[in-house]
Design a protein around this ligand. Sequence first.
Ligand code: KMH
Ligand code: ZN
Length: 392
Amino acid sequence: MLSLFGDVATELCIRADGDEGLFRAYDSVEFLAPVYSGDFIEAVGEIVAWGKTSLKMSFRAYKYISPLVTPGHEPSAAQLHGEPILVCKASGTCVVPQSCRRPALPGEPIGRPGPLILTAAIVGAETTREQTPYLPITPDEIGDEAARCAKAGATVIHLHVRDEAGRPSQDTERFRSAIAAIRSRCDVIVQTSTGGAVGMSVDERCGPLRVTGAERPEMATLNIGTINFGDDIFVNRRLDTFGIAERISQAGITAEIEIYDLGHLDILRELCDKGAVLRPLHVQFVLGVRGALAASERNLELLVSRLQSDFPGSSWGVAGIGRHELPMAELAARLGGNVRVGLEDNIFLEKGVLAKGSSQLCEKAAALCQSVGRRLATIEEARAILLAKPSS
Ligand code: KMH
Ligand code: ZN
């Protein structure tokens, strides 16, 4: 087992730093099921924390196939295990000295993840004042909350607005006032929602795209695909998505692609092929909406690997809904992605404890990122990554 894990560690060191590195120590090894000669074992691993020279890794070995040693069968007879059996797991640390780290050769897919972009979704359309008194509603409240989030490390504010009664609104002038309030207090990328609230028309949803002049948003969301949304349906007809994409690009705004399910990556392929969205893409995986794709490690890994193979060069982030918000934030940080938190997605700091605003969730997410060795992006870095000129 340890020999297999050693090979996995070598590959991870090369992928991160272009060097085989050195295995310093295991801090835990657990043998969980017997392994016999002839068993077919697959070992996998991942980097779970990035130090200056150290790489903390976790490893798992699964048994997929065993020999079938029953009279009457050929000696080569074998059986597949329906579910692979976890036979061993371990965690350990490797070191690649600074002097051994090398830059990638042309076209070589190696390297450590860059700085992490933290997005704060501070208002949303569904969260209510009845659920939490900390929800900002007026432009001043929104501006103050955005400034607190920026202080906690957020560089993007995902923005919805409300009317005087606190109901969700996509009104152009309300967005203008909220954006002015934000920009007078802090330097962040304002990303307006074109998702709005369930039931709004496409034209209504596009209200913030009509904000021009100094308050024009730098980014806007583009929702791909219809999903169950709790007991409602969040409708995103294929052709409407093309229409919203066109309005975003005509307004000179950069789209963030919202993906709620695996098939949405296939719809995205069509949008890319027809030139409706231009690369490099920035994708937000919104996981854990009731009725859409669950917020699990397996699902996120699948989405990320599909994104990286089908849309190379794209950046991505994760917004975990409800209790999944902070675990998904930590997972995204480990996997090299970006993070969204905020009262739009989750109102609790921990079980039963309301977050006193999205800024507390930002602080917690920032600490999680640091604990796995990721640094938060500065506003200049976030702009360079997210607002890069499309190439195709
Ligand atoms: N309120 C949800 C139905 C977005 O901002 O683009 C949609 C939403 C997505 O929040
Ligand atoms: Zn939203």
